[in-house]
Design a protein around this ligand. Structure first.
Ligand SMILES: Cc1cc2nc3c(=O)[nH]c(=O)nc-3n(C[C@H](O)[C@H](O)[C@H](O)COP(=O)(O)OP(=O)(O)OC[C@H]3O[C@@H](n4cnc5c(N)ncnc54)[C@H](O)[C@@H]3O)c2cc1C
Length: 581
């Protein structure tokens, strides 16, 4: 891997540029503590609340100039200021940026502390005084035991992170191009993992080229990710990013877990929340980012309790923080590659070799879009062909660009409505005779009302063309007529297939490769699988005792966020029973 040290470049003379202003934060003048929502980000605690927090930790003096936390430090402590002031600084090889000043009766921290990730910021004492100090474990104990403090602290930590993400203040700088699939992948990975980063586009900002020259990066090396102002990673894979930014730091995967949950979509995250909150030692493995398919939804409007809808990203972030708050360990960019079974113990084998021992396993690996068989599809993925329709993919489009959405289910309907809201022309291509067979009524009505959405039934794409990116699409309509169109963006949202390949049929699958559970396992299935127990499988239990399947990966599941969450939570009650057997 190619790396360069940003610090080394400081000695080189250079002219100031917009890019450097962004990097050093000079364009960024508002302190978070004086932002309009400062009361939400930095609430003032009462004396009684501070005493409750102090009962979990220790009180100690602080001295002006003392560094309490360094950027990148792991095992980050938590401070409540009793007297004095602490400044929060984003360290950078090109100049530090003051983010906030934490004053008396306020507290430090962002969600990294709960997630067990390294500190993004340096904390330095601005005025001597006194603090309450809690270790990360003591902080966890506090928020698990004290519901009122949990609400005050978690709300502030989550909103601080939202603010950092919105302002792009963090420890990562991505330089890439909107025309590059790898750039989109890295942006999506950082965004879906709630990691704040600044993005500079080589096609939109000429100054970026100066910066690349200074670090001797060829434009052919793009995208590059500069982490903590020190290391430059050239087109890193997701696992490399997760490792470099410390997403999985400190997670022990050698000891046997009560339950290993594979997949951090809504089903896996719900299982993690219920398992950890009920005292089970739970570890979650996730190939990509928390949230699964739901995380890629622009707006979920039918999930109970959110009358105005919630973006999949926000739902995923909240669930992720909630699972970690209760103490679940979640490994990001780690794929399960196999399930082993020896006597009564299971093991989940990771890609790369290590095996995590488990007393029970919950399979929540969901489903992914089926890809149409178009010869050169892979060539245009991320550069004209997309599988999600969120703000990230939309950023690749021009305001007037026409788009095609392929599919007739709710996800296609959401995508069409989302992409048409700026007046853009959207063609919805569906193979069946109408959308009404597969789409919710509320989405159908919005599509009917949108003058810029055109539904083309009995129509399918037959060819994609382009040089480096998608430039032209050919489709065949219901009459058999074939026509070509200069459309540069296609959103594919076609029927799902189960993510069960990694199991190598260790559990019984149905004819479409979804996992059979409970009463769906006929006697002949159990005989073939050599089911060893007197009792039949529990609801959600697979043909292996103590191995459960929940959510979209399960045969017969209703493909909804609510059912995934419900099944994830129900499975935990059966995990308790199995552990007690
Ligand atoms: C764009 C879109 C919009 C939608 N909108 C709605 C809506 O409005 N309302 C609604 O109710 N439903 C909606 N759905 C459906 C809903 O999102 C799914 O039913 C739900 O996400 C299923 O949850 P799950 O946890 O079972 O699986 P998934 O969400 O598919 O999550 C599975 C997770 O497992 C991970 N994984 C897979 N293989 C491995 C492996 N080997 N190792 C480790 N991890 C692995 C995946 O990366 C993924 O994160 C939508 C779906 C999409 C795609």
């Amino acid at each position: 891997m190619w790396m360069a040290t940003l610090g080394a470049s400081r000695s080189r003379s250079h002219t100031r540029s917009k890019v450097l202003d962004v990097l050093t934060g000079r364009t960024q003048s508002t302190l978070l503590t004086s932002a309009p929502n400062a009361a939400l980000l930095f609430p003032v605690l009462s004396t009684a609340q501070i005493s409750r927090i102090a009962s979990h930790g220790l009180i100690r003096p602080i001295t002006r100039g003392e560094v309490l936390i360094e950027g990148g430090q792991t095992n980050v402590p938590f401070f409540v200021v009793k007297a004095g002031e602490i400044e929060v600084i984003r360290p950078s090889g090109l100049g530090d940026l003051l983010i906030a000043i934490v004053r008396a009766n306020q507290f430090t921290g962002d969600i990294s502390m709960i997630l067990g990730r390294p500190a993004l910021m340096r904390l330095r004492v601005r005025e001597s005084g006194e603090v309450v100090q809690l270790t990360r474990d003591q902080m966890h104990a506090l928020i698990q035991a004290d519901a009122e403090m949990s609400e005050v602290l978690m709300t502030a930590l989550i909103y601080r992170r939202i603010e950092l993400v919105a302002q792009g203040i963090g420890d990562a700088l991505l330089i890439g191009s909107a025309q590059s699939a790898a750039t989109l992948r890295i942006k999506a990975f950082l965004t879906r993992n709630g990691h704040p980063f600044k993005y500079l586009d080589i096609d939109r900002d000429a100054d970026v080229r100066d910066l690349l020259d200074r670090f001797r990066v060829d434009s052919g090396d793009l995208p590059v990710l500069i982490c903590r102002g020190e290391k430059v990673l050239k087109n890193p894979v997701n696992q490399e990013i997760a490792d470099r930014l410390g997403f999985n730091g400190g997670i022990d995967h050698a000891h046997q877990r009560d339950v290993v949950i594979v997949g951090a979509g809504p089903a896996g995250l719900a299982a993690a929340v219920y398992a950890a909150s009920e005292g089970l030692d739970a570890l979650v493995l996730e190939t990509s980012s928390p949230g699964g398919q739901a995380g890629s939804s622009s707006r979920i409007e039918n999930y109970l309790g959110f009358p105005t809808g919630i973006s999949g990203q926000e739902l995923a972030e909240r669930a992720y923080a909630q699972a970690q708050k209760f103490g679940a360990d979640i490994m990001i960019a780690k794929s399960a590659a196999g399930l082993t079974c020896e006597r009564e113990a299971y093991g989940v084998r990771l890609e790369g070799g290590a095996t995590i021992p488990a007393r029970t396993v919950i399979i929540a690996t969901g489903a992914r879009y089926r890809k149409p068989s178009l010869a050169n599809l892979g060539q245009f993925e991320g550069v004209g062909v997309y599988y999600n329709a969120t703000f990230m993919e939309e950023a690749q489009l021009g305001d007037d660009d026409e788009v095609i959405v392929v599919g007739g289910a709710n996800s296609a309907g959401q995508a069409a409505v989302f992409l048409s809201r700026t007046g853009r022309r959207v063609h919805v291509l569906v193979r069946s005779n109408s959308l009404s067979e597969s789409m919710s009524r509320y989405l159908l009505r919005r599509i009917e009302d949108a003058s810029t959405i055109e539904v083309r039934t009995r129509t399918e794409i037959v060819a994609l063309e382009g040089n480096g990116r998608l430039e032209r699409v050919t489709w065949r309509d219901g009459t058999g007529a074939v026509s070509s169109h200069d459309i540069r963006h296609v959103f594919l949202m076609t029927g799902a297939e189960a993510n069960t390949g990694w199991l190598s049929s260790r559990v019984t699958l149905d004819e479409k490769n979804f996992i059979k559970t409970g009463a769906d396992l006929a006697q002949k299935d159990l005989t073939a699988a050599q089911w060893p127990l007197e009792r039949p499988p529990y609801l959600l239990e697979t043909s292996l005792p103590g191995v459960f399947a929940v959510g979209d990966v399960r045969c017969g599941n209703i493909k909804r966020v609510a059912s995934a969450v419900g099944e994830g939570s129900i499975a935990i009650s059966f995990v308790h029973r199995v552990l007690a057997e």
